[in-house]
Design a protein. Structure first.
Length: 623
C-alpha cells in the first residue's frame, strides 16, 4: 500500500496466530507456580488461576454454552473476574463486560441487546438481572461440574473469532457494542508487551472498570509473559491507586486517564512519583503536556506514553513516547501507529489532505473491529471498504476525530467532528444523554453540551425546557443517574424558556452555552455576612464548577461536584486557606456555610498537621 503525506503506516510485524487464552496457557505451562494475581492480602498462582478458569469453562459447557456464544460478566474486581474472562474464552465464547456500578436498566439493555447466553456474576450482583437473563453465580454454582474432564472443555476456535463485545455510548440514545476479535486483540497485546517492556515478574495494577477498554492494557499483557496483576478495590477518584502506588513501589506499568493522572500527581510526593512505575501509559482523552511536568522532572527514568485509540480499534492504535525535548505546554502528540496499523487523514470526500492540514482520522489494519453488534446500518456508516489496501474485504474505521499530520509524520489530536466527547476518559455521545433526559415526564426538550474548566477538566451541562414547571435539579439528576453511568450525568443544569436559534433555524449552541450562568445564584442572594473563608470557598467552588456566586447554603453536589473536583478543591483549600480538610469533611459538609464553619473551627483550634490532606484523601467515601 502506498503511503502519502497524510498516511502513516505502522511497522509490519508477525504476531502469534492464536487466541489470547492459548497464550496464557503457554505461560501457565512455563511456570505454573509464579504469582499471577494479587488481591488485598491474597495471591493466586498461574496454576491456580488456570484451574479456576477451567472450572468456569466446564460449567459453561455443562449449561450448553456453545462456541461463539456471548457471555456477560458482571463481577466486582476480584480474582474470579480474571478467571471468568479466561474461562469464557476456554469455553469458546466471547465476553460482554458489564460494570456492576452501572444502572440496572443500562445493564439489562446491554445483556438483552447482545443476546448473551448467560451472565457470570455472584450473589451480591444477581439481583441486577433478576427476571431478565440467566445468571451463573460463581460463588455457588460451580461445584456441580468440578469433576468434568479437561477434554470436555477443549473448544477449538479460530483467532478470527470474537474475544469480546464492548459497549460504548451511542448517539441514538442506546449504547452500541463493538465486536473485537482475538487476532486484533493479540496484535495489540503483542505490540504493547514490547513497546511498554512488560516482563516476567513485573506487577501491573488493575484499577479501572472492565467495561472501559483502558483496562485491557492493565489486565492482559502481564499475564502473557509471567507478570502479575494487582487487583485494586473499587474507589472514587482513584484513591486505591494512589494508596497502591505509595505502598507497592515500582509497578511495571500504570495505565491511566489524564484526569486521574492529574489527581494522582497532586497527591503523590516527589519521591513517590520517582519510584512508582517503570512505564506510565496515558489514554482515554486529550493529554495536556503540563500535566506531565512533575513526572518529567522527578521521574526521568519512567517511560511516559500517550496512547490513542477508539474502542473500535482495540484499545490503542497510535502512540507517542514523551521525550525530554517535547514541548511543555499544549496538547501532547498522539504519535505514530502501532504495528500492522495504518492511519489516514482524509477530507469529507475521503481524499487525502496535505500534511499540516486538518482532516478526519480513518484507521485501517489488523485491529479494526468487525463492526457493531446487531447494527448493520451503523456498521456500514462507520466501517468503510478500505480502498487504500490491496487486501479484499478489509475495512477503514471512521473515527470522527479531527487530526493533522506534523512534519515528522506524527499526529496531533484536535477534537471531535461531531458531538461525541470524552468525559473522565469515557467516550460519551451527547445524544444518548439527551434522549435519557427527554424521558423525564416534566422535560419538554433538552440539549447537552460539553465544556472545559479552566484547569482542563471536561464537564457536561444539560439545557432543559420544561413542559410546565421545571423539575427540581436533584430529582432530575437522580432520574438520569438511575439510567446512565455516573460519568454521563450532567454536572450542571440550565433551564431556559426556549432554545436560541441560528438564522437557518438550528439551535445556536454558542448562544446556548452563554446561558450557562442562568443557574447561578444572583449576586444579591450572596449573604453579606459571609466570612472571608466562605467567600474564598465560594470562589474556589465557583471556578471548579464554572458558576458565579455560589450561595452559602447551596449543596455543591447538587451543583455538579464529583470526586475528582473534590480532590482539586481540597488542594486549593489547603493552599489558599491553610486548612487541611479531607474527603469526609466535604461530603459531610456539602454547603459553603458548612465548610466555612469547619475551616474557621480548624484555624481557631490549630488542628495538628498530622491529619493531612494526603492521609485524609485516602478515605473511601461513596458519593
Amino acid at each position: 500500500m502506498a503511503t502519502g503525506p497524510s498516511v502513516v503506516q505502522g511497522e509490519a510485524s508477525i504476531y502469534p496466530n492464536k487466541c489470547v487464552h492459548e497464550l496464557f496457557e503457554e505461560q501457565v505451562r512455563r511456570d505454573p507456580s509464579a504469582v499471577a494475581v494479587h488481591y488485598l492480602d491474597q495471591t493466586m498462582t498461574y496454576g491456580e488461576l488456570n484451574s479456576r478458569a477451567d472450572s468456569i469453562a466446564r460449567h459453561l459447557r455443562f449449561v450448553h454454552v456453545r462456541p461463539t456464544d456471548l457471555i456477560g460478566v458482571c463481577l466486582p474486581r476480584c480474582p474470579d473476574l480474571v478467571a471468568a474472562l479466561l474461562g469464557i474464552w476456554k469455553a469458546g465464547a466471547a465476553y460482554v463486560p458489564l460494570d456492576p456500578t452501572y444502572p440496572r436498566e443500562r445493564l439489562r439493555f446491554m445483556a438483552e441487546d447482545s443476546g448473551v447466553s448467560c451472565v457470570l456474576t455472584d450473589r451480591s450482583q444477581a439481583g441486577l438481572f433478576e427476571g431478565s437473563v440467566t445468571t451463573v453465580l460463581l460463588d455457588s454454582d460451580l461445584p456441580n461440574v468440578a469433576s468434568m474432564h479437561e477434554a470436555d472443555i477443549a473448544a477449538q476456535i479460530a483467532p478470527s473469532a470474537l474475544a469480546y463485545v464492548m459497549y460504548t455510548s451511542g448517539s441514538t440514545g442506546k449504547p452500541k457494542g463493538a465486536m473485537i476479535t482475538h487476532s486484533g486483540l493479540v496484535n495489540y497485546l503483542s505490540w504493547a508487551i514490547n513497546a511498554y517492556n512488560v516482563r516476567g515478574g513485573g506487577i501491573v495494577p488493575v484499577h479501572s472498570s472492565i467495561a472501559f477498554d483502558l483496562t485491557v492494557t492493565s489486565l492482559y499483557p502481564a499475564l502473557l509473559v509471567g507478570g502479575a496483576v494487582d487487583l485494586l478495590p473499587e474507589s472514587e477518584g482513584g484513591q486505591e491507586l494512589i494508596k497502591a502506588m505509595r505502598q507497592r513501589k515500582q509497578y511495571a506499568l500504570v495505565k491511566i486517564t489524564p484526569a486521574h493522572l492529574e489527581m494522582v500527581t497532586q497527591e503523590l510526593e516527589e519521591a513517590e512519583i520517582a519510584d512508582s512505575t517503570t512505564a506510565l501509559v496515558i489514554g482515554g482523552e486529550n493529554l495536556r503536556a503540563d500535566i506531565l511536568e512533575k513526572w518529567r522532572v522527578f521521574a526521568p527514568e519512567t517511560h511516559i506514553f500517550n496512547e490513542y485509540g477508539p474502542t473500535e480499534t482495540v484499545v490503542g492504535c497510535c502512540v507517542h513516547e514523551v521525550k525530554p525535548s517535547d514541548p511543555r505546554h499544549g496538547s501532547v502528540s498522539i504519535g505514530r501507529p502501532i504495528s500492522n496499523t495504518q492511519l489516514h487523514v482524509l477530507d469529507g470526500a475521503l481524499d487525502s489532505v496535505p500534511s499540516g492540514e486538518i482532516g478526519e482520522l480513518y484507521i485501517g489494519g489488523d485491529g479494526v473491529a468487525e463492526g457493531y453488534l446487531n447494527r448493520p446500518e451503523l456498521t456500514a456508516e462507520c466501517f468503510l471498504p478500505n480502498r487504500f489496501s490491496p487486501r479484499p474485504g478489509v475495512k477503514l474505521y471512521k473515527t470522527g476525530d479531527l487530526v493533522k499530520m506534523n512534519d515528522d509524520n506524527t499526529l496531533l489530536y484536535l477534537g471531535r467532528i461531531d458531538h461525541q466527547v470524552k468525559i473522565r476518559g469515557y467516550r460519551v455521545e451527547l445524544g444518548e444523554i439527551e434522549q435519557t433526559v427527554l424521558e423525564h415526564p416534566e422535560v419538554q426538550s433538552c440539549m447537552v453540551l460539553a465544556d472545559t474548566s479552566p484547569d482542563g477538566l471536561s464537564f457536561l451541562t444539560a439545557y432543559v425546557t420544561a413542559r410546565e414547571s421545571a423539575p427540581a435539579v436533584q430529582s432530575l439528576r437522580d432520574f438520569i443517574a438511575s439510567r446512565l453511568p455516573e460519568h454521563m450525568v450532567p454536572q450542571r443544569f440550565t433551564f431556559v424558556d426556549r432554545f436560541p436559534l441560528t438564522n437557518n433555524g438550528k439551535v445556536d449552541r454558542d448562544a446556548l452555552a452563554a446561558l450557562a450562568s442562568g443557574t447561578s445564584v444572583p449576586p444579591d442572594e450572596i449573604s453579606p455576612t459571609m466570612t472571608n473563608s466562605a467567600i474564598v470557598l465560594s470562589r474556589i467552588w465557583g471556578e471548579l464548577l464554572r458558576r458565579e456566586n455560589i450561595g452559602a447554603d447551596e449543596d455543591i453536589f447538587t451543583l455538579g461536584a464529583y470526586s475528582l473536583l473534590v480532590t482539586r478543591a481540597l488542594i486549593r483549600i489547603r493552599n489558599e486557606l491553610q486548612a487541611n480538610l479531607n474527603l469526609r469533611d466535604i461530603f459531610e459538609n456539602p454547603t459553603i456555610a458548612g465548610q466555612s464553619e469547619l475551616v474557621e473551627s480548624l484555624l481557631l483550634s490549630a488542628r495538628p498537621s498530622s491529619r493531612s490532606v494526603k492521609e485524609g484523601g485516602l478515605e473511601e467515601i461513596e458519593i
